[in-house]
Every structure is written in C-alpha cells, then in structure tokens.
Ligand binder design. Structure first.
Ligand code: FDA
Length: 305
C-alpha cells in the first residue's frame, strides 16, 4: 500500500497541468506546512524565526518544468534575489537550487551562464550554494557541471543519493575536489537497474557513504529525518573523535521540527531546507510520496475546511 501511494504521488508530482493550476491558485491543501510562502518576504520571515531558534537554513526558490530560456533566466534572477536578501537581512542561510530550473534540459551553455551569474552573486555576498540532485537521467550531467563550477568557485557543493548503485564510485571520483556534500537517501522513482529497491540496502549504503566522506576529511551534511541514521552518525563521530564542525544534520522545513530543535540543544549543527515560491506543487507531492502520515495531515486539513 505504502509503495503504491509513493508511486501515485510521484506520478502526480510530474503532472504539468496540475503544476500550472497550483501556481495559479496559490498555496493550498496544507502545502504551507512544507513551503515557507510564495514570496521572498514571506520566506525571510520564516528564516528569521528559524535562525532565532539556533537553526541554520538553506533556501530554495521552487521551479519545476522550466523549458524555455526566459523561464530559466527568471529562475536564476530569483535565486540571485534570494542571495541578496540573505546578505541584506543578515540571515544565517545558504542557497539550494536545481539545475533543471537553470536550463539543464535546454543547453549546457544556458545552464552554465545562469550558474556563473548566481555564483558571482554568491561570492560577492558570501553565500554557499548547493546543487540539489534530481532523477537518475540528470545525475551524470549534474556532476559534470558541479565539477566545472567547483574548479572556478570554492563556495559550491552538491548532493549524492544513497539509493543509486553508482554513488559509491561518484564519491570516489569527487574526492579530488574536496567537496562539501549533502548525502541523502534519494527522492525520485528509479528502476532496480540503477537503484537499490530495498530500503535496508539504501540505509546500509547511506551509512557507508557518510563514514567514508567524513573520514576523507570533507564536510558532510547528513540530510535525513531517520533516527537510525542520526544515531549512527552521532556514534560514528564520537567513536572517531571527530569535530562536530566537520558535519551537520539537515532536515526539510515542516518535517520533525521538534527533533530539529532537540539536535540543536544537544549541540549539533542543524540546517533546515526552506523552499518558497509559487511553484510549490511538485515539491509538495514528493513530500506526500515520502510519508503516508503527511497525506493524513493534508486530508485532515482539507476536511476541516
Ligand atoms: P525515510 O523517509 O527513509 O524515513 C525513515 C524514518 O525516518 C521513518 O521510518 C521515520 O521513523 C522517520 N521519519 C521520516 N519522516 C518523518 C516524519 N515526517 N515524522 C516523523 N518521523 C519521520 N533527495 C534528492 O533526491 N535530492 C536532493 O537534492 C535532496 N535534498 C534533500 C535535502 C534535505 C535537507 C533533506 C532532508 C532531504 C533531501 N532529499 C533529497 C530527500 C531525501 O532523498 C529523502 O527522500 C527524504 O529525506 C526522506 O528520507 P529520510 O532519510 O528522511 O527517511
């Protein structure tokens, strides 16, 4: 049943018509639990509250199905505005973005042009940028672009997904770039040809990747809501007497907010991924796919009205 629901919501997340409708009619169906607002002003307000509680942030201007040069350029402009807001408002925040929203599916020239504009603004305003990882078909290209940009700019990182068979090798190949990496389980629907179908195998690979990256001396962001992985990480760093500033935990805005604060109280670095913007639909559907409890929450919200 859980598998079916996951497939259903991932299927819905790719629907262009619903994406368009959602953009037109604004944040609904409880999406504001996971999305910090439609404007940068609304997002800034949320980030200030999170910062006050000791949480650092990475902000993401949402954009799905970007398939014209004009849209990609506007997406880049909005990411630059977010960088400027971080500096202007004195926020403890980084920036996250997806290369498809910068024109990855249009041309390499366009995506590099947009990314270099963003990176210039990021350097000027001292903001770190993370390139999110999308589905398997874009993984190789995303890593190629990351490597190119990383040799030009220090303040850039990316994401590796534990569910992919290729990730262990990718981690080895990236080592020479001393990358700051966010490690995740992986959020997209992938075939057994490219990804571990069993959760237990994904979890084992996740632990393997975390330990090898941090032991190589590179900054490691462990992005998960899973207590088993969090406990593994805590024990691992304590056994190896690693400095707590070599890593951080990351969680999504609106998910396990109490746990986020507990980790801060325990003295760990905790970063919250805060998405905002009118294009919230695909992101919201992926969150529903991850956890049936999220669906129950949304249904309650709909029926209460
Ligand atoms: P998982 O979903 O496997 O759940 C394991 C356990 O965690 C559950 O059984 C439960 O105990 C606990 N749990 C999970 N959610 C809970 C909740 N709401 N309340 C209480 N307990 C809960 N993916 C991707 O492909 N590319 C990317 O760039 C990113 N970026 C990213 C950034 C950040 C900051 C995060 C946190 C995640 C991502 N992801 C991602 C998503 C990631 O790949 C993954 O899909 C989700 O984090 C879900 O997997 P988890 O590791 O959280 O646990």
């Amino acid at each position: 049943m859980e598998k079916l629901m996951r497939a259903f919501f991932l299927f819905l997340s790719k629907n262009r018509f619903l994406t368009k409708m959602a953009k037109k009619y604004g944040l609904r169906f409880g999406a504001s639990k996971f999305v910090a607002g439609e404007t940068i002003e609304e997002a800034v307000k949320v980030i200030k509250e999170l910062n006050q509680q000791g949480l650092s942030v990475t902000i993401d201007y949402l954009g799905e199905f970007v398939d014209s040069e004009k849209e990609a350029t506007e997406m880049a402009d909005n990411s630059i505005k977010a960088i400027q807001a971080i500096q202007r408002e004195g926020l403890n925040s980084q920036l996250s973005l997806k290369l498809t929203s910068m024109g990855l599916d249009i041309s390499d020239k366009l995506v590099l042009q947009n990314m270099r504009r963003i990176m210039e603004a990021a350097v000027e305003n001292n903001v770190f940028v993370t390139i999110d990882m999308e589905d398997y078909t874009r993984c190789e290209k995303t890593l190629d672009i990351f490597k190119k940009l990383k040799s030009e700019y220090a303040n850039i990182g990316t994401v590796l997904q534990a569910y992919l068979y290729r990730t262990e090798q990718d981690l080895q190949h990236l080592d020479e770039y001393s990358p700051n990496l966010r490690l995740v389980k992986g959020a997209y629907k992938e075939s057994a040809e490219v990804a571990y179908p069993l959760k237990a195998d994904v979890d084992e690979n996740f632990k393997k990747l975390i330990s090898s990256h941090i032991l190589n001396g590179h900054f490691t962001a462990v992005a998960t809501h899973d207590d088993t992985i969090i406990e593994y990480m805590k024990q691992f760093v304590s056994e190896h007497e690693l400095d707590r500033d070599l890593f951080e935990f990351q969680m999504l805005y609106g998910i396990r907010s109490d746990r986020q604060l507990e980790l801060v109280k325990e003295g760990y670095n905790m970063r919250v991924y805060v998405p905002y913007g009118t294009d919230w639909y695909g992101y919201f559907m992926r969150r529903l796919a991850e956890r049936p409890a999220n669906v129950a929450f949304v249904l309650k919200g709909i029926f209460k009205k």
